[in-house]
Write a protein that binds this ligand. Sequence first.
Ligand SMILES: O=C(CO)COP(=O)(O)O
Length: 250
Amino acid sequence: MRTSVVIGNWKMNGDRVANIKLLDRLEKELSVQNNCAVVVCPPFPFLSQVAGWLLSQKINIGAQNVSAHNYGAHTGEVCGQMLTELGCSYVLLGHSERRADNYESDTEIAAKFAAAIETGLTPVLCVGETLDQKNAGLTQSVVTGQITSVIEQLGISVFNKAIIAYEPVWAIGTGETATPEQAQAVHLAIRTLIRSYDNILADKIAILYGGSVKASNAKALFSQIDIDGALVGGAALDADQFISICNAAA
Ligand SMILES: O=C(CO)COP(=O)(O)O
């Protein structure tokens, strides 16, 4: 049995008052089970506030990005050591919004992946196709290419301490979700790709689905054999929604 993981990606949302309201409810009402890890990923400026508030340690903290570099002259960047010092244990990498807005390449994402592993963070590698790519029948080749690029640069063993999140770009923030069967087909393809390198790792690695996950569709998605949890955007800002998604995964 794989451990489920539910990650709330707050994206560029939140303020000091709203954060406390949300965290207070999560701390009080989430009954985290051993078989489900819960993670919240606030924007950088709130990491310290969130770490100070989450004292029970039943909720883990992740960052939304990390520099490929160590300490030094890299203006505007945040390195892995700073994140672990603040209490982060996870980091999102290669989110489609960063691939699009910040032109992050597969090569750069692999460099960040290496930096995350070196500093003890668990990378959450986000992959997924655009609507045009989906319509052209390219879903599996896009997703495979994004993962293979990291494997070619760093080797398969780095995935022993990593999570993969399949997030079809057309389903992010659109209210349109991949059907459980569509998502399962891609998750199986990802697991089969990993299996072609390492059988044991393939059975062990968590593969999360992201893209308009809500309380109303979480259970059906999680009922699929290769869907091990969710990377949640909008619904992660709503305590009722997020708690109910976590309960569905546990
Ligand atoms: O991008 C996402 C999580 O990283 C998904 O966002 P939504 O859940 O808002 O579609």
